[in-house]
Structure formats: structure tokens, C-alpha cells
Design a protein around this ligand. Structure first.
Ligand code: ATP
Length: 453
């Protein structure tokens, strides 16, 4: 297990970092002064040093010049100290991270530093076991590459808690979330951790079925029961019997189909179209929606009784922008999958790509990330994914151009500058890059608007 020495005089911050790194497979020693840090370096085998730039007795740069050059050093800085951090890198620091940083930023930097030294804590194989651990028991999951990853954001931790809470019950679950955020993956996790996991999981996209065919999709039909019924067909309720039926985009069901569904749920019996025979069905229903179903109920578009039947428990799947700490776990996962699918061996993403990823608003959520990485893998010749292979819309939101809202151009530009600065933890070089302007232009505009940053 690689050993990291954290030299940081803010002890509560250091302890928090220690707990986080400890959870991620590192042994961590703490020092609150440069003198104690130097002593620990002499007395212990240290694989990596993470040091604050400003220490009570000496600064990170002095420490760098006096330590063993084979130990990689990552310097932690305040955003106003970038210049000094660059100096630290010239003196041999491996990299610097500006505070406040996100857990995935520091983890990625540490992993990179250790990889360069050939001491990465996790080989790709270990990753299969740890980060890409599959928790479901269904073999189908493996086939689909839909594995549960080890996420670190509090939003996904909360989601996982809810999943573990509701899975063992037979409650119907309504999953709410934006398109591509992972509603079906969540439904599958619930199924896989439930006592029905050995029985089928059947997904039905209610948004895609024409309303005339919905009843046949739900309940099946007998040959000849309507034009086009050329053979007997089993419906989704029967196919999912004993297991879970996932109704995606449930808000799109017509009023007539809502009544049919409600009846089946109340009676726990169905009849194939054209048949009088009743079939008992034992199905757990998980449904998903990306619209406000409550509003649809108020507007009279969705039956209230069905809404309550489906919503014995509801879960919100966070959008990707609300769980950006998970970005690197997901990105490496999709890199690995895309490499496998496209026969490539791309190792990483460039620093600029990470910056763009972190600043982007991800309207298509995890699905968009997956698609962008697949496309980038296809277009990349070298070892690393560079910003040139990212689609142009990823750069557009930050450009200094007024949009069609009624904001003045000046207001808009000011807003864009502030937002870019916020996204980059007030690092002006990074913000300038994001805005596609030079640092000098950014400084001029900050001065022009008299921004206090
Ligand atoms: N936790 C996750 N781990 C790995 N991949 C994921 C995860 N969540 C989502 N994905 C991937 O992202 C894509 C979108 O996920 P999913 O189909 O579950 O989203 P959705 O919210 O149901 O989308 P839609 O609203 O369009 O039906 C899928 O390819 C899925 O494999």
C-alpha cells in the first residue's frame, strides 16, 4: 500500500484528506510543520509527499530542495499562489493543486504521480475488482458492462443508501432524474440487490410504444386477436413474473393505458388480449420519469391513484453536474470500455480535457460522457485524449458572446467571466483558457468591470 505524507498545518483539513485517502487504499502519515515533515521523510519510507505551500516554519519550496528527489511531491496552493506553485514545479514538484480542490482531482493527481514512478496503487486488474466492482448477481450485468462503480460524491452516496434501503422490500419505486442520468442503471441495481435478483428484470420504454400497442406490450395477446397479431405473444408482465418490471418514461402512457396498468397492479392478474384466461402475476414495479409527474397529476394528465401506486418510494438520480466528484471514476470506466470495444490502448485524458470536463454542464448526463469518450477514443491516435477531439459544443458555453436573452452584452460577459472564474477555483489562467481569451484580455475585462476577484 503506497504511503503518503501530508504536510499541512490546517489539521482538520489534513485529517479529512487522510480519511479520504485512507478509504482509497493509501496509508497516510500527517505532519503539521516542515521540520516534522522532514523528520518523517528521513525516518519512514514515503512514496509521495503532499505538502501545503505555506507552512508555519518553512515553505513547500524549501522543503522540496531539501528532500529526496525520487519522492514525488504535490504542492497544495491557494488560488492566488499559482505563480509560486509554478516555481515549485520548476524546482522538481510533480504537480500542484489549487485549493479548494475536489476529491477526484487530488486522487487523479496522486495516481498520476505514482504511476509515473511505477507505484500506482491499483493496476487495471485491481481496478476491475475495486473501482469497477460489480455488485449485482445477475450475469446479464456483466454482459452489458453495466457495473456499479465506487463513487465518491455525497449525491451518489445518498442514492446508494436509498437503493440499499428500498431494495429488500417489495415497494414500488419511482425513479426521478434527467435523461441519461442513470435511471435504468439504478432500477437494475435495485433489482440486483433484491430477493428477486434471480428472476427476470424486464424493461419497457413506455415513451416508445404507440398507445394502441401498449396493452399488448403489457399483457400479451393471442394470435388473430387484432390485425397484426400473427402469433401468440407473451407480454412484459408475464415475462417479468417473479421479478421486476421497469417502466421507463411512465409519464408518457395514455390515459387509457394508465387505467389498464392500474387495474393489473390492483388485481395482480392479467389477461392476454383476446383471451379470457386470467394469469396471476407477481411483479415488482419500478418506474422512471424525467418529467414532473406530480405536476402532470395536478394538470390532470396522469392519474393520481396510479401515481400513488407507483410511488410507494421515490428516488432522485442526480444529474452529472451535481456529482462531478464522480467524473473521473466514470471517465476512466468509459475509457476502458471504449478501448476494449474499439481495440485501442489509450491511457489517459490531458489536463486540458479534465478542465473542460469539469467546466461543462453535461445536459445529456452520463450517457453524453460515455458517447463523448467513445468518439474521442475513436479519433485519438496517441496515448492521451486531447481537447482537439472533443465536440465543439463543449467549448461553446464559455465563449464570450452574448446570447439571445434580454441581458445586455455587458451583463452577459460579466456573468461569463464570473462563472468561468468560479468553475476554475479563481485560477485566471484556466479561466482565460475556458473563455477562449488570453490572460491579458481576461485581466483587462476584470479591470473594466471592476470585479473583485
Ligand atoms: N452508475 C453507472 N455506472 C456505469 N454506467 C452508467 C451508470 N449510470 C449510467 N450509466 C450509463 O449511462 C447511460 C445512460 O444510463 P441509463 O440508461 O440508466 O439512463 P436513463 O436515466 O435511464 O436514461 P433515459 O432517461 O434516456 O432513459 C447508459 O449507457 C449506462 O450504461
Amino acid at each position: 500500500m503506497p504511503r503518503i505524507l501530508i504536510i499541512e498545518d490546517d489539521t482538520s483539513f489534513a485529517k479529512m484528506l487522510q480519511r479520504f485517502l485512507d478509504k482509497n487504499g493509501y496509508e497516510v502519515l500527517l505532519s503539521s510543520t516542515g521540520a516534522d515533515g522532514s523528520k518523517q521523510i528521513k525516518e519512514n519510507k514515503i512514496d509521495l509527499i503532499l505538502t501545503d505551500l505555506r507552512l508555519p516554519d518553512l515553505d513547500g519550496i524549501q522543503l522540496l530542495t531539501s528532500t529526496n528527489k525520487s519522492i514525488p511531491v504535490i504542492v497544495m496552493t491557494g488560488y492566488a499562489e499559482v505563480q509560486t506553485a509554478v516555481e515549485a514545479m520548476k524546482k522538481g514538484a510533480f504537480d500542484y493543486v489549487s485549493k479548494p480542490f475536489t476529491p477526484d482531482q487530488i486522487l487523479a493527481t496522486i495516481e498520476k504521480a505514482l504511476t509515473y514512478k511505477g507505484q500506482a496503487p491499483k493496476s487495471d486488474n485491481d481496478r476491475d475488482i475495486n473501482e469497477f466492482r460489480q455488485v449485482g448477481t445477475s450475469k446479464k450485468d456483466l454482459d452489458n458492462d453495466r457495473m456499479e462503480l465506487e463513487f465518491i460524491s455525497s449525491a451518489s452516496e445518498k442514492l446508494n443508501q436509498y437503493i440499499s434501503l428500498v431494495s429488500p422490500t417489495d415497494m414500488s419505486v419511482l425513479i426521478i432524474g434527467k435523461s441519461g442520468a442513470g435511471k435504468e442503471v439504478t432500477a437494475k441495481s435495485i433489482h440486483n440487490s433484491s430477493k428477486r435478483c434471480d428472476k427476470p428484470f424486464v424493461a419497457l420504454d413506455c415513451g416508445a410504444i404507440p398507445k394502441e400497442l401498449a396493452a399488448s406490450e403489457f399483457f400479451g395477446h393471442l394470435k388473430g386477436s387484432f390485425t397484426g397479431a400473427v402469433s401468440d405473444k407473451e407480454g412484459s408482465f408475464e415475462a417479468a413474473n417473479g421479478g421486476t418490471l421497469f417502466l421507463d418514461e411512465v409519464g408518457n402512457l395514455s390515459y387509457q393505458n394508465q387505467i389498464q396498468l392500474l387495474r393489473a397492479l390492483q388485481e395482480r392478474k392479467i389477461k392476454r388480449i383476446g383471451s379470457n384466461k386470467e394469469i396471476d402475476v407477481d411483479v415488482r414495479i419500478i418506474s422512471a420519469t424525467n418529467e414532473d409527474l406530480k405536476q402532470a397529476v395536478s394538470d390532470g394528465d396522469f392519474r393520481e391513484d396510479l401515481y400513488h401506486r407507483l410511488n410507494e418510494f421515490s428516488l432522485q438520480v442526480p444529474s452529472l453536474v451535481d456529482r462531478l466528484e464522480d467524473l473521473s471514476v466514470l471517465a476512466y470506466h468509459f475509457l476502458k470500455l471504449s478501448n476494449k470495444k474499439l481495440g485501442k490502448e489509450i491511457q489517459d485524458f490531458s489536463k486540458e480535457v479534465w478542465e473542460i470536463f469539469r467546466a461543462y454542464h453535461w445536459p445529456g448526463n452520463i450517457r453524453e460522457l460515455q458517447n463523448i469518450i467513445k468518439r474521442a477514443v475513436l479519433l485519438t491516435e496517441g496515448n492521451e485524449i486531447m481537447e482537439e477531439v472533443l465536440p465543439s459544443e463543449m467549448f461553446a458555453p464559455a465563449k464570450l458572446t452574448a446570447d439571445s436573452t434580454n441581458m445586455t452584452k455587458e451583463d452577459f460577459e460579466k456573468e461569463q467571466i464570473l462563472s468561468a472564474l468560479k468553475r476554475t477555483n479563481y485560477n485566471k489562467s484556466k479561466a482565460a483558457k475556458l473563455l477562449h481569451v488570453t490572460r491579458k484580455t481576461l485581466y483587462n475585462r476584470i479591470h473594466h468591470y471592476n470585479l473583485d476577484v
